[in-house]
Design a protein around this ligand. Structure first.
Ligand code: GDP
Ligand code: GDP
Length: 436
């Protein structure tokens, strides 16, 4: 089910990022521990009344050195394009400014549900002044204090009441949902078009209540596929599209709805820092991954060139050592036929279940080959293992004391599981749990 998206807009310094951080809370990200990959605090999951949604702080999207008004206009435009519900924040200490009115005008025309938050209402006396904000035309203004966490519950009640009904948006079984992510200009739109031309498109452009997530259904060799989030690829020519933060936001949104993610790399320009960052999110989300080196027509193609490029990718994307690499050209369609079978393979691995007895045979063999370590005179004892989840495959290993299971031994067991069962293209998770 697609999560609703909520965007926060407003002038600088009204408290957008303070409110964002409060609603998102502290989340520990494994990507932050991956060198060269940092978390952009502009898009994150949040939850209210058991409803999970994604929250965007449009203030975090810097759009060059444009004057304030133009920046705000573009931020509002992103909110209108991306979000199901918009939280418009004004500063209750300053009253309504000309810039607020400008943004209000744009939001008003969008027909999106707008919830007005009047921030910095830190004490009850100030709340009496909230009525003047009715004049913005968005109905009841909600007095809040991001700094003190006041009034946010009422505001969120209103926000979630506007979420689109998602029943018709359920995922279909036996269908592989995949998306394409990558820097601007790596060839995402070109590759989507190439895929659509090569395969039987069943339904395209179904615009449901959630019109900004356009899914395209297609079929190949009896397998159904859905390319998710092709909407982002159709909005061509907007100024903000080329900004890094926006491309990250787009990637996160695409990852959210897919099982398999194609991480596109541009063969012509080579690997960039931003590629790593974007790939890191797909890895962290536990999706199956195929690395796609596009524009292969620009390279004099032979086995040697492919090997060399692969070595570079492996060096830069160490955390994706499980992901297969496909070299192709969206433009000439060269090697395009290798892509869909690879998507199918990694998808199968992503939802593969290993019977407990077979798994334990492998674990026992591994233990015999490389005895468990001893920490401060105590030896790790592995009792048995079982698979507890798919997408991605997750295993619990019952041990005498989880503290004794060091990273390196866990890694060793992961490699043995991979060797035995071939989980190409999918991350796997291993948890150690105490069993007396
Ligand atoms: P943004 O530019 O809209 O993201 O605003 P920030 O979240 O960075 O906040 C701007 C300033 O307002 C910071 O100094 C915050 O500490 C302050 N601020 C944010 N929320 C509140 C609030 O509820 N009350 C008060 N008094 N100050 C706040
Ligand atoms: P997006 O921003 O990631 O959606 O990238 P586009 O699909 O718009 O492609 C960006 C540019 O790269 C366009 O000029 C395309 O014609 C070009 N391009 C895309 N795929 C290929 C390819 O396989 N080979 C070559 N030579 N150019 C490509």
């Amino acid at each position: 089910m697609r999560k609703s998206v909520v965007a926060i807009v407003g002038r600088p310094n009204v408290g957008k990022s303070t409110i964002f951080n409060r609603l998102v809370g502290e989340r520990i990200s494994i990507v932050e521990d991956t060198p060269g990959v940092t978390r952009d605090r502009i898009y994150s999951e949040a939850e209210w009344l058991n409803q999970k949604f994604n929250l965007i702080d449009t203030g975090g999207i810097e759009i060059g050195d444009e004057p304030l008004l133009i920046q705000m206009r573009q931020q509002a435009e992103i909110a209108i394009d991306e979000a199901d519900v918009i939280i418009f924040i004004v500063n209750g200490k300053e009253g309504i400014t000309a810039a607020d009115e400008e943004v209000a005008k744009m939001l008003f025309k969008s027909n999106k549900p707008i919830v007005l938050g009047v921030n910095k209402m830190d004490n009850p006396e100030m709340r009496a002044t909230v009525y003047e904000y009715y004049s913005l035309g968005f109905g009841e203004p909600y007095p809040i204090s991001g700094a003190h966490g006041l009034g946010l519950g009422d505001l969120l009640d209103e926000v979630v009441s506007h979420f689109p009904k998602t029943e018709e948006d359920e995922k279909e079984e036996d269908t592989i949902y995949f998306s394409l992510i990558g820097r601007p200009n790596v060839g995402k739109s070109s590759l989507v078009n190439a895929i659509l031309n090569e395969n039987r498109v069943i339904v395209s452009d179904i615009e449901g209540t959630t019109r900004d997530a356009i899914d395209t259904h297609l079929q190949r060799d009896g397998q159904n596929y859905v390319i998710t989030d092709t909407a982002g690829m159709r909005k061509r020519g907007k100024v903000y599209e080329s900004t890094e933060k926006y491309s990250v936001l787009r990637a996160l949104k695409a990852i959210d709805r897919s099982d398999v993610v194609l991480v596109l790399i541009d063969a012509e320009t080579g690997i960039r820092e931003q590629d790593k960052k974007i790939a890191g999110y797909a890895h962290e989300a536990g999706r199956a991954i195929v690395i796609v080196v596009n524009k292969w027509d620009t390279i004099e193609s032979n086995e040697k060139a492919m090997k060399e490029f692969e070595i570079k990718i492996r060096a830069h994307f160490q955390f994706l050592d499980y992901a297969p690499i496909v070299f192709l050209s969206a433009k000439t369609k060269k090697r395009l036929h290798t892509l869909m079978p690879m998507i199918q393979l990694v998808s199968e691995n992503h939802s593969k279940r290993i019977p407990t007895n077979v798994l334990n045979d492998v674990i026992m063999d591994a233990l015999a080959m490389n005895p468990t370590p001893t920490v401060k005179g105590r030896r790790l004892k592995v009792l048995y293992a079982t698979q507890v989840a798919v997408k991605p495959p997750s295993f619990v290993i019952f041990v005498n004391d989880p503290e004794l299971m060091h990273f390196s031994y866990k890694r060793f067991l992961e490699n043995k599981i991979r060797d035995a069962f071939g989980f190409e293209g999918t991350p796997i998770k291993i948890f150690a749990r105490r069993r007396g």
